[in-house]
Design a protein around this ligand. Structure first.
Ligand code: URP
Ligand code: ZN
Ligand code: ZN
Length: 460
């Protein structure tokens, strides 16, 4: 199978030019002006932007959490991702406390194997670091190609590890060439504030927000950064929301420490005023919570300063009935919101179209940096000869509205209902196959492949 994409405006993290792309099999064969190679299929991309398929390194598919499961499976989630221009995701495996990492891996493989439309990889969350888990770190890296280890500084009793375990894990991961990533919030303080609010009968979604003040995130981010400095492990903070946490990373750069930072689309464009709605505010109950306008400003600046390298989603959808598990008590609302399908279009529209980031920065933070930081570059994350032909053909002029009526995520509301975006993913190619064309699905379930990743120590 071969495809010739003609006359598109090719965007990478560093280039912007008009040319043709010739794809043979799963990879890009050649790029040039006026290529006249014969192909099985020719796509006219005149007037369109052509960029590498999005990589969303933070999604939770079919994940057991807070007494229920996130509502997108590996099938529905990766398909919705493709509709929105994301050709690869990195999903989170959660170790059950008292059980092994391998047990968790096998459970997630049972859910994902043969079920994905889009390509995928896993991070593994270490929730119980002990002598047995320690032996598994090297196996995850060397045998499974799972090179990033997620930690939680909150969700005590289910996911949280203490600082002693954190440092011990960091030392082992450093030795084996991996990376430690973190949900950085102070779980003990948050649990105390939740208990206080519940005791006072303050149970609406607003109190979810008020139980996680900014300092709980900045304090934990700073603590994590210090532990990473001490152990010299490659470190990555997921879903950063606020100015205070960003300043902890800014301080670390003063001692020449490099910490990678991810924010998510919602923290750039939504704010905490949504929590005043009851019960609708439950749609945005996530951790950490949405913040203030001044934090949005800091995050956009952080992207442009290079302090934040990635915009992900933390896609963790729940249907309204699931969200209503917390109708009488915010602390029972499953945390998370749906965005896997919306990230690429929202960030183009709110970022590039509105002049908050450049088009090259857009490619960098949605695709190239995730591929580089997580050990998949240049197989993924770029438009270059020899790379996987994961390509989005995007119409920057097509305006449309996001809605539950048109999205493909398995959730019965949109967190962005009625939001007007300028720019639409028209054709999405995954490893040389047209996967989505004008909203039509052209591949079968199971086309998506597991991507083994390189040791992080080799790439950064
Ligand atoms: O609210 C969130 N973020 N839910 C998913 C789990 C996590 O903390 O990332
Ligand atoms: Zn988290
Ligand atoms: Zn998450």
């Amino acid at each position: 199978m071969s495809i010739l994409i003609k006359n598109g405006r090719i965007l990478t993290a560093s280039e912007d030019y008009v040319a043709d792309i010739y794809i043979e099999g799963e990879t890009i064969h050649s790029i040039g002006i006026d290529l006249n190679t014969q192909a099985d299929q020719t796509i006219d991309a005149s007037g369109k932007v052509v960029f590498p398929g999005g990589i969303d390194p933070h999604v939770h598919l079919d994940m057991p959490f807070m007494g229920t499961f996130s509502s997108d499976t590996h099938e529905t989630g990766t398909l919705a991702a493709l509709h929105g221009g994301t050709t690869m995701v990195i999903d989170f495996i959660l170790q059950t406390q008292g059980k092994s990492l391998h047990h968790a891996l096998e459970t997630w493989q049972g859910r994902s194997n043969g079920n994905c439309y889009g390509d995928y990889s896993f991070h593994i969350a270490v929730t119980d670091f002990n002598e047995e888990t320690k032996k598994e770190v090297i196996q995850m890296i060397e045998e499974e190609g799972i090179t990033s280890f997620k930690t939680f500084m909150a969700y005590k009793g289910a996911l949280m590890i203490d600082d002693g375990q954190m440092v011990a894990l960091m030392q082992e991961v450093k030795k084996r060439g991996g990376m430690v990533t973190v949900h950085a919030t102070n779980g003990d303080v948050i649990d105390g504030l939740i208990a206080k609010h519940r005791k006072e009968g303050k149970l609406s979604p607003l109190y979810h927000y008020l139980s996680q003040p900014e300092f709980t995130e900045s304090e934990a981010s700073g603590r994590f950064v210090d532990m990473a400095f001490y152990t010299d492990v490659p470190a990555y903070i997921v879903h950063m929301t606020c100015e205070g946490a960003l300043n902890q990373v800014r301080n670390a750069t003063k001692r020449n420490q490099k910490v990678f930072v991810e924010t998510c689309i919602q923290y750039l464009i939504l704010d905490a005023s949504l929590y005043e709605q009851n019960p609708e505010g439950a749609k945005w109950v996530m951790s950490p919570p949405l913040r203030e306008k001044k934090d949005q400003k800091a995050l956009w600046a952080g992207l442009n300063q290079g302090l934040i390298q990635i915009v992900a989603t933390d896609h963790c959808p729940f249907k309204w009935e699931q969200k209503m598990m917390g109708k009488d008590d915010f602390s029972k609302t499953p945390n998370g919101h749906p965005a896997i399908e919306n990230r690429m279009e929202l960030l183009w529209s709110e970022g590039v179209e509105k002049g908050n980031i450049s088009a090259n920065k857009y490619v960098e933070v949605t695709s190239t940096n995730p591929a580089k930081i997580f050990g998949m570059y240049p197989q993924k994350g770029c438009i270059a000869v020899g790379s996987d032909a994961d390509i989005v053909i995007f119409d920057p002029n097509e305006a449309h509205k996001l809605s539950v009526d048109t999205h493909h995520m398995n959730v019965d509301y949109s967190a962005y209902e009625g939001w007007e975006v300028k720019g639409k993913c028209k054709t999405v190619i995954l490893r040389g196959q047209v996967a989505i064309d004008n909203g039509e699905v052209k591949i079968e379930k199971g086309y998506g492949q597991f991507v083994k990743r390189c040791k992080i120590s080799k790439v950064i």
